[in-house]
Design a protein around this ligand. Sequence first.
Ligand SMILES: [Zn+2]
Length: 146
Amino acid sequence: MMSGQIPQLRPIETPLTRPRLLARGITRRCAWCGDRKAYFLGWFKRQERCRACGHAYRRGDEAFELGAITANIILTFMSILITILVIVALTAPDVSVVPTVIAAGFFAVFGPAIYYPVSFTLWQAVDLWMRRPTEAELRGERDETL
Ligand SMILES: [Zn+2]
């Protein structure tokens, strides 16, 4: 997975407030620095460290992908639920079943791929929310490990 250009580990000067972390995560930005490219080389291809700040998204967590998959499932299921609720609200009392199933099925099939990158940045934000970065991490001196 280690490919592409990885910059020198950069200190993080902007405070990592929780609203800022979530805003960065849900918009597919690096939770550390807010860079748009984050650690992605393509839609599905990523490297271990941010392309701008050099901070690792994993932070020593071997099971990071489990959290990202969970975030992906939650985003996909929320899309399905919102789609069904909107169509039912718009067409009630004569609910159109076939368009509802087709629209919800679209998110069921393509949701995991659509949300793949966001699920990683969002989980990175949640991880930094729950496991607050150490002073050494923020200074860019070393990565935290479990
Ligand atoms: Zn970054």
